[in-house]
Write a protein that binds this ligand. Sequence first.
Ligand code: ADE
Length: 234
Amino acid sequence: MRIDIVTIFPEFFSVLDVSLLGKARVDGLLDLHVHDLRNWTTDRHRTVDDTPYGGGAGMVMKPEPWAEALSSVLREDGSSTLVVPTPAGTPFTQSIARSLAATSDHLVFACGRYEGIDARVFEWAASRCSVVELSLGDYVLNGGEVAAMAMIEAVGRLVPGVVGNPESLVEESHEDGLLEYPSYTKPASWRGIDVPDVLLSGHHARVAAWRHDQQVERTRRVRPDLLPDAERAE
Ligand code: ADE
């Protein structure tokens, strides 16, 4: 999968060289390119923002450098997906991560700052590729970079080969609509706290049933909104 990131802070993305995604880059599974939006400005000050029409606080990112940047990174055949991290977007979920990993082999992240990017950029881009506006959660970050990083990690680890043991992707939180069960390792007793007996029993069916109960209990307690209506009641 190829991923292009357009930002005014390319240095944010140096962490993509670390850990699993770093290895995936070296192995050629992820082809990541970070671009400085200011390279597509034409004035001496490399200006990327201006005051908002209609008034209001803050600045808006100018359309011209964005159009130049996107023209240069989007594929001509329309096969790219433009991802715009914004608190006004669709909530980003594991199922969106899965669908991006499965259906798109070229993602372009447009990281806005200030009060966002001139809205015409996305109207224009929609005629050249699919455009998705995605929110990391109901809070406001200073820009799209941190959100893009989270989305790239969530999607990137679903690309076949990036996570060494594909089985470990199956039992994770959110994969089956439930939160993950608690995990333990040796020693069996630590600081007076014991690992639940059932996990030492060697009885696979009982372990599986216990884990499922733990998933449902945790999901009901922490994230009842994830449960089907029938399972939500006590
Ligand atoms: N940019 C600023 N806040 C954001 C959020 N919550 N999600 C995605 N992009 C953002």
